[in-house]
Design a binder for this molecule. Structure first.
Ligand code: ADP
Ligand code: MG
Length: 613
């Protein structure tokens, strides 16, 4: 039998390796940009065409390469960053495996121009599928300019596997954001199809976070700093009220490298114990510095998990640093989130037990808009459900006056309010409003209880879904158009689904940068501010993955229904309750909210009677 084992040619080996290192256009952006950072560039420009399918170009003003280095850089295991195995324990660069360029060159057409500052002339190399087509001297500026064209041209399976341009560009933005946040002292420019996506000047960390995520985040950042012998931590955590449902603004960096850590994430989440709304995650941007010899450097080219020698100790340090920062900002974990927006204020008075009066404040309430929004849509009172109880200042003071009374339970409704609801009742259809959250009404078989928020979500969802396929919803024009600054990904998303949003009654324009202008809102948006609705909408919409067209529409309708529905802490009068119930039972599926939650429950008459046996 002849021997059958043979060494794979380099080009084949590189293509196999490329499968691991380069999974999608975003991987190329990451590798090239990290190389530019390693080359000490302080200005990096990235040009993308067609989400990276056609072109990924990274231009830096770093060290540049000599003619020989430029040629060698494309060989597998060619790196200038480590020499011996010992160096593995003192990694201070982003790369060190020497695999990226060889991999990229195996699956794309690459053009490299590079010049070191001490050389007068630079070098240009053209490579196609690992084959060097040409190398010649060229005059170019100091630094390196990589152009990667026709990614996966020779791996059709890979090319087919790529997702839509929006998804792929989303991945590029994710990688870009991580690197940009880790390197605020570097100027970055990102262009997609010749239009500017990011222009980030040199900055400090805080400024960089703000220029990446938009101005709104600034007032929500709490500084954090902690120095110990094993680790130093600095950066920012988000205020609990800024916490969102979508994960995405959670960043750990170790020695300026982005890392993922479910374990350390828990340390942060635990520290926020009891002060977060359910299902929300706080933002954080934490920069850890540790001796490179105490972390496992054998990092997988694409994975971002990193092992630490002193995991548990670091967990504790992180946890207490976050607790301390929250404490310093007077965000104490005694806030009661059983109701939306509720909080306790301890009242001190001589010789009496301290009681916490309950106060309800609607942060969305705008006294100047109160009147106008009340008759936004004269046709339907549901649409203009008023938050009168919120504006009821008497009630706010009542909480203090009642301090010495027995009523520990003073909360949702004062007795007076309950009585009023009863006398308001129409004889024919009697509704009772319970805790400003449930609508109660007798039915044949017993007592029907309806969750008002979920009911409203269902009503809006079916209405929106219909508008997306047939007739559009009326727009309520704003007197003063509002400009809203978004982050790049959210902005791209809004623009992508702009037409659907128009059908739903949004009148919006791209304002450039990452901003949009809202000229009008759906007539169903109640008295919420445009920012609020857009914010809630994006939060809901981005909290899952979607792919096909029909699903997109459904998701838009769902997310907008959730964003626009009345809260489960809003007073309704009898007329509004009646309308809610009527509209609910006109729905195709009145029993469950678009999120699969129960809307209607009936307590059987027998069950009630049993209680009095
Ligand atoms: P690694 O980054 O792991 O060393 P790469 O394949 O990414 O491996 O790059 C190989 C080598 O090419 C690097 O070690 C570096 O010396 C050189 N190189 C790559 N990109 C640049 C750049 N933008 N500027 C200067 N040198 C670069
Ligand atoms: Mg590299």
């Amino acid at each position: 039998m002849p021997d059958i084992i043979q060494l794979l040619p380099d080009s084949v080996a590189n293509q196999i390796a490329a499968g691991e290192v380069i999974q999608r256009p975003a991987s190329v952006v990451k590798e090239l940009t990290e190389n530019a950072i390693d080359a000490k560039a302080d200005s990096i420009t990235i040009n993308i065409k067609d989400a990276g399918r056609t072109l990924i170009q990274v231009i830096d003003n770093g060290s540049g390469m000599s003619e020989t280095d430029a040629r060698l850089s494309f060989e597998r295991h060619s790196t200038s960053k480590i020499k011996t195995a010992d160096d593995l324990f003192a990694i201070t660069t982003m790369g060190f495996r020497g695999e990226a360029l060889a991999s990229i060159a195996a699956i794309a057409n690459v053009e490299l121009k590079s010049r070191k500052s001490e050389n007068e002339i630079g070098t240009q190399i053209v490579i196609e599928g690992s084959k060097v087509i040409s190398q010649e001297p060229i005059s170019c500026s100091t630094g390196t300019n990589f152009a990667v064209k026709n990614l996966f041209f020779n791996v059709p399976a890979r090319r087919k596997f790529l997702k839509s341009n929006t998804t792929e560009f989303g991945h590029i933005i994710t990688e870009f954001q991580r690197i940009a946040l880790a390197n605020p002292e570097v100027e970055f420019k990102l262009y997609h199809n010749d239009s500017e996506v990011y222009l980030l000047p040199k900055a400090n960390i805080r400024q960089r976070i703000v220029s990446v995520f938009g101005k709104r985040i600034n007032q929500n950042l709490i500084t954090i700093e902690s120095n110990t012998s094993i680790i130093s931590i600095k950066g920012f955590i988000g205020k609990p009220e800024y916490a969102r449902k979508k994960s995405g603004e959670q960043y750990f960096f170790i020695n300026n490298r982005f890392m993922r850590s479910a374990y350390f994430n828990k340390a942060i989440i635990n520290a926020y114990d009891q002060i977060l709304q359910p299902e929300t995650v706080p933002s954080y941007f934490l920069f850890l510095e540790a001796d490179p010899s105490t972390i496992d450097v054998n990092i997988h080219p694409t994975k971002t998990e990193i092992k630490f020698e002193d995991q548990q100790a670091i967990w504790q340090i992180l946890h207490s640093a976050v607790k301390q920062a929250l404490g310093k900002n007077n965000i104490v974990p005694s806030i009661d989130f059983n109701q939306e927006q509720g909080f306790d204020i301890p009242v001190l008075s001589k010789n009496t037990d301290i009681k916490n009066p309950h106060i309800e404040i609607d942060h969305t309430f705008n006294p100047f808009e109160h009147k106008s929004s009340a008759n936004r849509n004269p046709k339907s009172s549901l649409i203009s459900l008023e938050k009168e109880n919120m504006a009821n200042w008497d009630k706010l003071y009542e909480g203090f006056e009642k301090e010495n009374e027995e009523s520990d339970e003073f909360s949702f409704m004062s007795n007076q309010n309950i009585q009023q609801t009863i006398t308001d009742h129409d004889v024919s259809d009697k509704y009772f409003h319970f805790k400003n959250k449930y609508i109660l009404t007798p039915v044949k078989s017993g007592l029907m209880i309806i969750d008002q928020k979920r009911a409203h979500e269902r009503i809006l969802f079916e209405k929106f879904l219909q508008s997306l396929s047939t007739d559009s919803i009326a727009t309520q024009k704003s007197l003063f158009p509002k400009t809203i600054e978004l982050d790049a990904k959210d902005h791209a998303l809004i623009i992508e689904i702009q037409n659907d949003l128009k059908r739903l009654g949004f009148d919006l324009d791209d304002f450039g940068g990452h901003s949009i202008v809202i000229n009008g809102m759906p007539a169903d948006s109640g008295n919420q501010e445009p920012e609020q609705i857009i914010d809630k909408f994006l939060n809901e919409y981005s909290s899952g993955e979607i792919d096909t067209k029909t699903q997109t529409k459904e998701k838009i309708a769902k997310s907008l229904a959730k964003a626009s529905a009345i809260s489960s802490n809003q007073q309704l009068n009898n007329e509004e309750m009646r309308e809610m119930v009527d509209l609910l039972f006109a729905c195709q599926n009145p029993n469950y909210s678009p999120f699969g939650k129960l809307i209607v429950s009936i307590v059987k008459t027998e069950e009630i009677e049993k209680r009095f046996n």
